[in-house]
Design a protein around this ligand. Structure first.
Ligand SMILES: [Zn+2]
Length: 419
């Protein structure tokens, strides 16, 4: 791989107009988008995407979970397509760019290649993955996880939303017709363009994030157990206050994450006092903990140090502190060669760039276990995402799409290797 550079650029104004046009499907008064997966609004944007792809000469297939695959033929149809894409569903108070940029930039790359009359050696593919957000149906990134074999079709189709509507019913309600089985579509490589959803690129004045991988995640459920007693009659020195114990736990979590910074992050997103009452000393508090880092060894170290800190707090305060690890996802390194192509593509285009790790989960993180994968980030204003105020500039979106174009062109013209 490598070598060939192309003068071709995407049409940034055309890309922007598609972002504006599709933002009408589920538009909110505050300028955001409410397009829950497989909702009527999601059905509308899917119909729009299919029509736009077909107008660009792409052949659109749909798998059993509703994921759309738009194929642009290459000279050698025996080779697995080079894919790009992301998702078109949003959070209930989502923005216009999360997922949407990567999907519509894929369409724009195909349109630009058509305009320039360029045929690639290997076919190209634009993918719209179903339910990346995980807001209506759990888990998030459902369809890409099932694509790589982590879930069966039957399992996913039977999942229900809060109203009891299954994925199968929701697919039917938007008139989805599968044309291929889950996992039948071969993908030779996958490149996902996405807004950063964090503040780093903007703060450093960089245009392109060259994403080297997704960070590891460990989820814990915990509980601090003390003893309920009367708020007025129990002397301070005799208390076994579970909530005060939790306060020390929270500070220990913060201290340990900071000690492994700046990469490590830890969040206690839920804390619930059992049977809360104004004049009862809390006897039990349950909490959740989310720890993330790009290195497995750091996840291990944070957990080890945290367990030691909890034992010390529990002993000193005469409490019981339980901590169960309920889920762990190892860090996902992206394909070194494709990451290098993204970097050299940004360099060749004269765009400022830096290597980084994805703080959020993405469909690309699921794909990475099965096919060579990389991601491209562009800045978003104030690092805000999953919010109606989510914003990115036309120039940055265009730059990201240009890097995507360069990367796809190089991959799709790579000579066949003999094994
Ligand atoms: Zn996304």
């Amino acid at each position: 791989m490598g070598g060939t550079r192309h003068n071709l650029r995407v049409d940034g104004a055309r890309l922007w107009s598609t972002i504006v046009e599709t933002a009408a499907f589920g538009a909110t008064p505050a300028g955001g988008v409410n397009r829950l997966t497989l909702s009527p609004e999601d059905g509308q944007v899917r119909d729009w995407f299919r029509a736009a792809c077909e107008a660009a000469g792409l052949e659109v297939g749909v798998d059993e979970l509703g994921t759309q695959f738009a194929l642009r033929p290459g000279r050698d149809m025996t080779r697995a397509p080079i894919a790009c894409g992301s998702h078109l569903d949003t959070q209930p108070t989502g923005g216009r760019f999360d997922g949407i940029l990567g999907t519509l930039a894929g369409l724009e790359v195909m349109r630009s290649l058509n305009d320039a009359g360029i045929e690639t050696e290997i076919p190209l593919l634009v993918v719209n993955w179903t339910n990346e957000e995980g807001s209506r149906y759990a888990p998030a990134m459902m369809a890409s996880a099932a694509y790589v074999g982590e879930f069966t079709v039957e399992d996913i189709l039977s999942r229900q939303d809060a109203a009891g509507i299954s994925v199968a019913q929701a697919l039917e309600s938007i008139g989805n017709v599968a044309t291929e089985p889950l996992g039948a579509r071969t993908i030779g490589a996958f490149v996902e363009l996405h807004i950063e959803q964090g503040p780093i690129l903007e703060a450093e004045g960089k245009t392109i994030g060259v994403v080297a991988g997704g960070q590891g995640i460990a989820w814990f459920d915990g509980a601090v157990t003390g003893f309920e007693s009367h708020a007025g009659t129990t002397p301070m020195t005799r208390r076994r206050d579970a909530f005060n114990g939790l306060a020390e736990v929270a500070l220990a979590v913060e201290r340990i994450a900071l000690a492994h910074g700046p990469s490590a992050v830890a969040t206690m997103g839920e804390a619930v006092i059992a049977a809360p009452s104004r004049n009862v000393i809390p006897g039990r508090v349950q909490f959740t903990l989310d720890v993330r880092d790009p290195e497995s060894a750091t996840l291990d170290a944070v957990e080890t140090e945290l367990r030691a800190a909890l034992a010390e707090i529990a002993g000193r305060r005469r409490l019981t502190i339980d901590l169960d690890r309920i889920w762990r996802k190892e860090p996902v390194p992206f394909d070194a060669a494709i990451v290098g192509l993204v970097e050299s593509g940004a360099e060749a285009l004269g765009l400022s760039h830096r290597r980084m790790v994805s703080g959020a989960g993405h469909d690309a993180c699921n794909l990475a276990g099965k096919v060579p994968t990389a991601m491209i980030f562009v800045p978003c204003r104030d690092g805000i995402s999953h919010n109606e105020a989510e914003s990115a500039t036309q120039a940055d979106c265009t730059a990201g799409a240009d890097v995507l174009l360069q990367t796809l062109l190089t991959l799709a013209n790579a000579p066949a290797t003999t094994a």
